[in-house]
Ligand binder design. Sequence first.
Ligand code: MLT
Length: 407
Amino acid sequence: MITINENYLKLQASYLFSDIAKRVASFQENNPDKDVIKLGIGDVTKGLTPASIKAFHEAVDEMAEDTTFRGYGPEQGYDFLREAIAVNDFQSRGAQIAADEIFVSDGAKCDSGNIQEIFSQDIKIAIPDPVYPVYLDTNVMAGRTGLFEEGRYEGLVYLNSTKDNNFVPALPSEKVDLIYLCFPNNPTGSTISKEELKTWVDYAKKNKALILFDAAYEAFIQDESLPKSIFEIEGAREVAIEFRSFSKSAGFTGTRCAYTVVPKECVAYDKDGNTHSLHALWNRRHCTKFNGVSYPVQKAAAAIYTAEGKAQTKALIDYYMKNADAVCKTMDELGYSYVGGKNSPYIWVDGKIDSWEFFDMLLNKAGVVCTPGAGFGKCGNGYIRISAFNSHEKVAEAMERLKAALR
Ligand code: MLT
């Protein structure tokens, strides 16, 4: 008899963004004339940059000729991309990351979900609340939690991110082994200073713990004093793994390209206390389960590091940040308090009522889709997340509708 992984039965009925998509589809079916504006899932709307598109086309042409055709590439990514990443994203900011510490992949969602496979079952995990649901769900699937009771899984240490701590959680009061952090934060849009991040690195070193640092939104940082990478913090090479993505920074949500940085010093322990290289373990996992991102996509990603590519991706970020500004201004005008929107494409608004009620009200009264904060955890209840990913025109229209609905 074929039996199931019963851990899946502990999961909430469906993945947050699938749930929202279903509700929106049903609303559209019942209101075919309503023009719905989507500021929910963080999906980009602008085309790829001309630099990426040119490189993409050229690489496709190379694939058409026997002499320049490429078959399987290196699982970890082509050197031309890994080197461009190491130099531009890390070394230029004083973070000593080498090209061979970078693993190119098809998404930070997949990497941040898959990484838990290389750790043991009985580790103590600290997870922020609210949180990007992938970190949580993948550990539930793997059997590292108990049941879902009163809005939380048993067996996890939740790190509350609330107004009281400016949405930057405090260090856990009990000893943990694995810590998930995401800054600029999804969903709250909050940021962390170098000094605050250093306390986490020190904690990890002291407790032989590991930090999984999701920096998928670093490109939106406007304040130069903020860290873009955990590897800008002294000592982080021994205790952190970082996830990055081209999805939001260069419009690759549909094209798929991301990377994970695993420094060579980073270790974990076996039951006898012997150290093992996480770089070697992740490499083993990556080579076994992944066959590399396609050559044209890696060429398109590498093009963002050229002079034109850099200018064009900056323009993309500036475009979305102008939307974030428009959302912040509207919230100021309406008297709603919020965080984010300054160094992040997300604005986390205190809606003062149940999140799903607020979501339904906005959809029904304004035809605007947001993401209910409760979908990201217990501490998210009462909040909604508004995304800056849409055209200027649609965001302006959505803000007018919000003003009419919320005044
Ligand atoms: C989000 O809206 O939180 C993100 O787009 C989801 C993702 O990147 O997978």
